[in-house]
Design a protein. Structure first.
Length: 237
């Protein structure tokens, strides 16, 4: 913030004008310009218009830079008064706009945060079943268990079991089923070439996180946004 006289002096010096030269361009006396620059006098409406034209002053920037007390001293100048009123109304509209934006962010942020706070997780049991391969017609449901059976000592029995184990190993095609409904110790399913036996292997508890927990992120963002909007609205005012 600055005084009107300082503003005139800086504007003149920025153009590298002497006081006599600046006074001549504005069509006023040098002594009068000197009083204006030292704050001993204030211009009339007509003189202010001359200074604005000579110095190419942006009245809006002048109003923004002037000390409030100086602006009050220049209240009789019509163009300054009109500009101050326009800027004031513009600032009010912007301030109200930022205030409304802040309120909207506050409502959205509060709602999102509330949803995140009240969110609850759910859980359910899952049952894991394993089928080791396709059981041919006429074979027992546990035929593939033979693969893990230790071999006996009799050479003939060992050779026969070894041959069966090798044949079964080539047919092993494991398939895992995870489902919510429990099917007891096991269940059959007809497939091409025979059937599969799915034996209960394990169970697990699955916790499903509520998607509302993600509302923490937008909730906090909107709340901080509301704080920023209110700050801007206050500063603009």
């Amino acid at each position: 913030m600055m005084k009107f006289g300082d503003y005139l002096r800086q504007a003149r010096e920025a153009r590298h004008w002497t006081q006599p030269e600046a006074a001549a361009r504005a069509g006023i006396e040098q002594s009068y310009l000197s009083k204006l620059e030292t704050g001993k006098s204030y211009p009339s409406d007509d003189v202010f218009g001359r200074l604005v034209k000579a110095y190419e002053i942006d009245v809006k920037n002048l109003v923004r830079d002037l000390d409030p007390g100086e602006a009050e001293a220049l209240r009789d100048i019509e163009s300054l008064r009109a500009t101050r009123l326009t800027l004031h109304r513009t600032a009010q509209r912007l301030s109200r706009g930022w205030m409304l934006a802040g309120l909207a962010c506050l409502v959205i942020g509060g709602g999102s945060t509330g949803a995140a706070l009240t969110a609850s997780d759910t859980s359910h049991e899952e049952y894991i079943y394993l089928s080791r391969g396709v059981i041919a017609p006429g074979e027992p449901f546990d035929v593939f268990d033979l693969v893990g059976v230790p071999l006996g000592r009799a050479p003939a029995v060992v050779a026969d079991m070894r041959a069966q184990q090798i044949a079964l190993q080539d047919r092993i095609d494991e398939e895992v089923r995870i489902q919510r409904a429990m099917q007891g110790e096991g269940y059959f399913e007809t497939v091409e070439g025979g059937r599969r036996y799915f034996r209960a292997l394990d169970s697990q508890t699955v916790i499903e996180r509520s998607p509302l927990r993600w509302f923490w992120v937008p909730g906090l963002m909107f709340l901080f946004g509301a704080l920023g909007c209110f700050t801007i609205s206050w500063r603009w005012k």
